[in-house]
Write a protein that binds this ligand. Structure first.
Ligand code: FAD
Length: 474
């Protein structure tokens, strides 16, 4: 019988071990690519759902072009897989591993149930360079600090890159499929879906183009330009990595080639180090899944963070805190579904420190808005900034958003691009924010600039005091 390729966050033909495995097992009997919108994916934020829908649309075209078809279903993954297996007499189901605890639980249940039915169930790598359990400290434990992790992995061989199959073997019979619209993936986005979608770079070819362009030019100055939000100094690949439209292996090998041969060695090394922050995030999530839901360091449970949404949180979400770098960044996030890394650190620090709001509220807003949403990177990023994570920024290093703006956006180019209030001729991007927001926010471009939601000195002092109290308790 045919083999079912259960597609998850791996929307690619190139370098896809799950697909290669499915083709090998099928022995010519046909491969059926299936995506199932199950309760876990239904629980994702609005922007990730929108982006998933765009990715599936594009990938359906790719599959069609090589004589195959994307089968779409909705429901519990196990129930749907059983149904399809019976429908077409499938002999095996293959998928690419996930590493978050909910997906692991689901996948283990699926694997056991399929085996009971006499159906082969196989999971493969492909999402990360190094399976989290293969990287260990000298003492055999998990890494909790990034630099030793990087030193351990940089010498490792993540394995080569698989070519895309020239064609997918077709099954004798196709199972029934839903139309993409029936999955309702854009529906959670009750705001500016078209605006966000227009900023996305969807699909394998777009991802490859980003990688090529980055390694041809931006990598040379990456070490410094990556910190300037007004400059296109980064690769933008997080959006594609999040949906598996490019494999980390492809990026790794291309980056290594530049590191060891080219003129851009410092840039390439820094880039690969960043790529390995993603690996580190998966390593942490796999070995200590509580990073997704709780303070990684339990002593932080006593920190007096405000954990309920309040009007200050709303000013932060709306980009109306009165601090121009924070506000510009929050607008960029809302309009494009992305935010520059430097800006992510600044807005997160402002929320957790100057406003003393719990990082979980910030993390959830990012999850709702980011088209590159990744559970591991998002949680690690927030706990790093908040100070509650394993390898965290020291709490007392509180970013001053005005100083950060002077250092990283000295010409105001980033802030001018994203802020409309108080400007005679705002940029189209800045104005598009007002088209994207829900009406009940009642925001207009001609309203005056926002007043500071907190005094920087007061906010900083309050945060430091709370931190001192926490330290004296523990
Ligand atoms: P580049 O500079 O080109 O880097 C190349 C790749 O390295 C990225 O695509 C990404 O996969 C990886 N990378 C770079 N920096 C980091 C980092 N700090 N942590 C983990 N991986 C990294 N990244 C996400 O992909 N999804 C998220 O949900 C996410 N949430 C974040 C939340 C906070 C509070 C912070 C501070 C950071 C978060 N990041 C997240 C990490 C980082 O901001 C983005 O990966 C980066 O901005 C992506 O842009 P790029 O692809 O142009 O990166």
């Amino acid at each position: 019988g045919p083999v079912i390729w259960w597609i998850r966050r791996d929307l690619r033909l190139r370098d896809n071990p799950a697909l290669a495995q499915a083709i090998a097992l099928a022995k010519g009997a046909g491969v059926i690519p299936v995506y199932i919108l199950d309760p876990l994916d239904m629980a994702m934020g609005a922007a990730p759902q929108l982006r998933l829908g765009l990715g599936l649309g594009k990938f359906a075209e790719t599959l069609k072009a090589c004589g195959s078809k994307l089968v779409l279903r909705r429901g519990s993954a196990l129930a749907v897989l059983k149904e399809i297996c019976t429908e077409v007499g499938a002999q095996a189901v293959v998928w690419s591993r996930a590493y978050d605890p909910d997906a692991i639980a689901r996948d283990s249940e699926v694997k056991a149930a399929l085996k009971d039915l006499g159906i082969e169930a196989k999971s493969t790598g492909g999402r990360v360079l190094f399976e989290p359990w293969t990287v260990a400290t000298g003492a055999g434990g998990m890494f909790k600090v990034y630099t030793p992790f990087w030193k351990a992995v940089r010498e490792c061989d993540p394995g080569g890159v698989l070519a895309a199959p020239s064609a997918l073997p077709r099954p004798g019979q196709w199972p029934a499929t839903l139309e993409l619209e029936e999955l309702g993936l854009g529906r959670a986005m009750n705001r500016g879906a078209d605006i966000v979608a227009a900023h996305c770079h969807v699909g394998e070819d777009a991802a490859q183009a980003r990688l090529d362009q980055f390694l041809e030019r931006a990598v040379i100055a990456y070490k410094t330009d990556r910190d300037a939000p007004a400059v296109q100094g980064c690769s933008g690949l997080s959006e594609n990595l999040a949906w598996g439209e490019i494999s980390p292996h492809r990026i790794w090998h291309a980056g290594m080639a530049v590191w060891h041969t080219g003129m851009a060695q410092a840039g390439a090394e820094t880039f690969l180090k960043e790529l390995c922050w993603r690996e580190f995030a998966y390593h942490l999530m796999y070995h200590s899944p509580q990073i997704l839901t709780r303070n990684w360091r339990p002593q932080w449970d006593a920190f007096p963070w405000e954990a309920e949404p309040n009007p200050q949180v709303l000013t932060w979400q709306q980009g109306r805190t009165g601090y121009t770098l924070v506000d510009a960044a929050m607008r960029e996030l809302y309009v494009t579904g992305r935010m520059h890394n430097r800006a992510r650190m600044v807005v997160a620090s402002f929320l957790c420190k100057h406003l003393m709001i719990h990082w979980k509220l910030g993390m959830r807003w990012f999850e709702d808005c980011l088209v590159d949403w990744d559970p591991a990177a998002n949680a690690m990023g927030w706990q790093w900034v908040a100070g509650s994570g394993p390898d965290a920024a020291p709490f007392f290093r509180i970013f001053n958003p005005d100083t950060q703006a002077q250092t990283h956006d000295p010409q105001r180019a980033y802030r001018d691009l994203w802020l409309a209030e108080g400007k005679r001729a705002p940029s189209p991007q800045a104005l598009s924010f007002f088209d994207a927001v829900p009406r009940h926010w009642a925001l207009r471009p001609d309203m005056g600039p926002a007043l500071p939601v907190v005094d920087l000195k007061v906010g900083r002092a309050r945060a430091l005091e709370a931190h001192a109290a926490l330290k004296s308790q523990s």
